[in-house]
Structures are given as C-alpha cells and as structure tokens.
Ligand binder design. Structure first.
Ligand code: ZN
Length: 498
C-alpha cells in the first residue's frame, strides 16, 4: 500500500505577517468599539440615573406647636440616591437648624440640609407656635360656708391660671346673680374659660366683736372715732354695716360715755355689745425753765403788710420769734410759710379776729381755731400745738357773747394737748401808743424785771415793727437770750376773767 501524505501547501512568511497585522487591527477596532460603547452606556447611566441627595421630612411640613410646651421635631433623613438605582440608597449625614421657641408665639422654620459627593440638598418645615390652651379657673370652698340672706354671698376666693400667660386671677370677670356667681377669663390668645358657682344660703346667729375691748381710754380731741367693731355670722359673712350704734361721745370733754351696739338678722335673732369710752386728758408736757434771762418776742394778728420787713430785721440779727397768726390779710398768708422756713415758731391766734364770732359758742371757737390750724398746715406742712386766745385768756369782752367760755376753753384746749400763752411784757402797741420810741421804752422797762419775758407786739403795726431792732440790741446788751415758744415753754398766763 502506498501511503499518501497530504500536505498543505506551506504559507509564505509574507502571508503570515499580513494575517497577524490584520488580526491586530481587528482586535484594536473591537476594543475601541467596546470602550466607546461602555463609555456611552456609563454616561447614559449617569445622566439617566441622576445621582443626588434626597431628604425625607417626617410628619407634616407645617406643624402647630403649643406655646409654653416643649416642641419635639419629628425629624428627617437624607440619602444619596438615583432614578434607576433608587434601591441602593446610601444614608448621608443630615444637619438640622431650628429656631423654634415655644416661649414666644410666632412662626418658625426648621431647616434640614445634607452634603455628599459634591451634591447638596435642603428641605424645610414651618412650625407655628400658638396658644390654644384655655386658662383654668379654680374656685375655693370654705367648709360649711353658707351665704347670708342679709348681705349676700361672701366670695370664698378663686384663681385663674393659664399655661402660657401665667396667673390671670386679676383678669377674671365676676358676675353675681342671686343664685350663682359666674367667673370668666380670656387669655391673650383669646382662649376662654368660664365656670359657675351655685350659691347656697343659710341663716346663722349674728355676733358683734368690739375692736379695742369693752372699755377704752381715748385722749381728748376735736373728733371721736370709734376704735372699731365688726359683726359676723357663723359663716363669717360681714354684717358690720347692719350694726346700729347708739350713745354719744363728746370727744373734747373729759368724762365717761356709754355706747351700745345692736344687730338683728333676718330671722329676728339679735346680738348686742356695750362699750365704755373714757375721754381722758392728753398727756401734758412739763414746762422747763430756760437757761438764763430770756426774751420771747411774740407777734399777734399778722401776717400783714409789715411782716416781711419784720422777718428781714429778725434775719439780720439772727433772732427767732413766735408768730400767733390770723387770716385777717389773706394776701400775706405766704409770710407764715416764710417765717416757718426761717426758723420762727408759728402758733394759732384766730382766723377772723372777730370776738363776737370767735366767742359765740364752744363750737364757734373750735371752728375758728381749726380754720387757723388748716391755714398753718397749708403754709408749713405741720399743725401747731401752741396758741394764744384772741384778747388773751383774761379778756372780758367774751362775756358779751358767751358766759364762761374762757374758763371752759382754757381747760378743754389743755385737755386736748394744746398749750396757750399770754404775755407778761406789753409793748402798748395795741392802743395806748403809736410811737416806736414808746414801744421800745415799754418793752425794755417791762423786761428788766423778769427772767422769763414774753413780749406782746403786733406785726400789723408798722411803728411797732420799727422798734424791734432796738429791742434786740438792748436785750443783747443786757444779757438776754431770744428764744421761741413751744409746748415745753413756761406757761406765762392770765387767769380767765370769764
Ligand atoms: Zn389779737
């Protein structure tokens, strides 16, 4: 058998080279096409997928928060995600900025933001802080309390508070009818609360309690003021206005007086109380002797046209005097204030200086006295406790108008704590002379005999005022000290002649 070997025709080296080049080119083209394809696919994927940050806000984007209560934000979350591959959400860090302040009513914003891989996102929530909680009214109840048919219901007390506005008790509007009390209050945000209290009535025995006790000592004065009393029933209803008081107290007259207090309730039950009022003298101040020889310059019947000049003279010499004042010249009233401010003593003389009027009766005297006290108070801010009777304590002219009034008033005014002064050195300027020289002579002659010298002059007399500088010079040269009168000064007095 003949073996037949088929052999391929051997390729030439040139052919091999051509084939290899061809394969290489093809591979390069395929690679290029693949790369371009992949790039296109990747680009398309990125564009279509649109990778971005997504923030999800939990709960409502607009929320109502109660004022005064704490606000808890429901929160949010952030992811890095895309359109095609949404399931592959990857969480990113979320930043929360909030200005919510529940202590102040208003509209607030919560801002959520996140940043990752060059992308960022923001989302918002609106929070409205409002007060929607109405206030609360609480009623107090007193155990066993029953309203009185006589005086009605006695408020047992209540309070109103609001969770945001706080205490609103003062704002409660209270309306009382016979059967009930209605309380209502509205807070600043307009939330209202109202409650009703049903009134229960009952009758219980009245009681009277005397403030200060059943016997009181009261210092004599122009007016009597009861030390006080109160009437209640067993429920504590205030029945005081139903108490009838009988009996009379003369407040300026020393003595014992009886007062009766009486009350009857609507069922005819009564209560009584009794009080003894002792009108006693006001404590008297002891008079003290001044040191050394003393002159008290006193001026009556002003202020008037020459009072200003007199005050200038006294100021020049540094001497203080005592003025017993009137309202005879109202246009000079302010001189009382000036004299007071410049250190002089002010006392009561009389408002009108009309004897027939002042001494018409005890009451007339009091009225005139009190009017003068008020005048002094208006000018000085103080009431004076010293005075001089018009005409002096020893005047006889008052006999023409009211028998015994000087004796009575001297005692009564003393009992009330007032101190009166007359004089022991007269200048004669009230009538016997109109000469400045004679005034000087009268005063210096009068003073030389005494240690305590209360000089009577009138500052409504020009010639008398002109004597004052010489009197002061003479007094100083003879070792006298000039002083003012007060409640502790020696009482230089005349005996009442009426
Ligand atoms: Zn007088």
């Amino acid at each position: 058998m003949k073996a037949e070997v088929k052999t391929k025709k051997k390729a030439s080296p040139q052919d091999i080279e051509i084939k290899r080049a061809y394969r290489k080119k093809r591979a390069a083209i395929i690679t290029a096409i693949t790369v371009i394809y992949l790039v296109i696919v990747a680009a398309a994927a990125v564009i279509i997928d649109d990778r971005h940050i997504e923030i999800t806000v939990f709960g409502d984007a607009e929320q109502l928060a109660e004022a005064g209560e704490s606000y808890v934000d429901p929160g949010a979350e952030a992811f890095f995600t895309g359109n095609l591959f949404g399931r592959t959400k990857s969480p990113v860090e979320l930043r929360t900025e909030s200005d919510v302040d529940t202590s102040r009513l208003g509209d607030y914003t919560v801002k959520y933001s996140a940043e990752a891989y060059g992308r960022s996102a923001e989302s918002y929530r609106r929070v409205h802080v409002r007060d929607t909680t109405p206030p609360v009214i609480s009623l107090n109840h007193e155990q066993d309390y029953l309203a009185s048919w006589l005086v009605g219901y006695k408020e047992e007390g209540f309070t109103a508070t609001d969770s945001f506005d706080g205490d609103l008790t003062d704002k409660v509007i209270r309306t009382e009818t016979g059967d009930a009390v209605y309380y209502s209050v509205t807070d600043a945000a307009g939330n209202e609360c109202s409650v009703e209290r049903v009134i229960e009535y009952g009758i219980s025995e009245p009681m009277i309690r005397l403030v200060g006790g059943e016997e009181v000592d009261i210092g004599a004065s122009f007016t009597f003021e009861d030390p006080g009393f109160e009437a209640t029933d067993e429920s504590g209803n205030d029945l005081t206005s139903y108490v009838q008081v009988s009996g009379e107290v003369i407040p300026y007259q020393i003595g014992s007086y009886e007062l009766n207090y009486y009350i009857m309730n609507e069922q005819g039950e009564t209560a009584t109380a009794h009080r003894t009022v002792n009108i006693v003298p006001q404590p008297a101040e002891e008079a003290e002797l001044p040191e050394g020889k003393t002159i008290y310059l006193t001026f009556d019947d002003g202020p008037g046209p020459y009072t200003g000049k007199l005050l200038d003279i006294l100021a020049r010499y540094g001497v203080k005097a005592t003025f017993f004042v009137t309202d005879q010249f109202p246009e000079y009233e302010d001189m009382i204030g000036r004299a007071y401010r410049e250190g002089h003593a002010i006392g009561v003389h009389t408002y009108t200086h009309e004897f027939w009027q002042v001494y018409a009766s005890d009451q007339a005297f009091f009225d005139d006295f009190l009017a003068t006290e008020d005048l002094i108070y208006r000018q000085t801010g103080e009431y004076s406790k010293i005075f001089r009777f018009p005409g002096g304590t020893g005047n006889t002219v008052s006999r023409n108008y009211n028998y015994g009034i000087m004796s009575r008033m001297a005692q009564t005014m003393t009992d009330m704590g007032y101190v009166y002064f007359d004089w022991n050195v007269t200048s004669g300027d009230a009538g016997e002379t109109t000469s400045t020289y004679k005034v000087i002579e009268n005063v210096t002659a009068g003073c030389s005999e005494n240690t305590i010298n209360i000089v009577l002059q009138h500052d409504i007399k020009d010639f008398s005022v002109d004597a004052v500088a010489s009197i002061i010079t003479w007094g100083r040269n003879h070792g006298y000290t000039f002083r003012t009168l007060d409640t502790g000064s020696c009482r230089v007095r005349q005996d009442p002649a009426n």
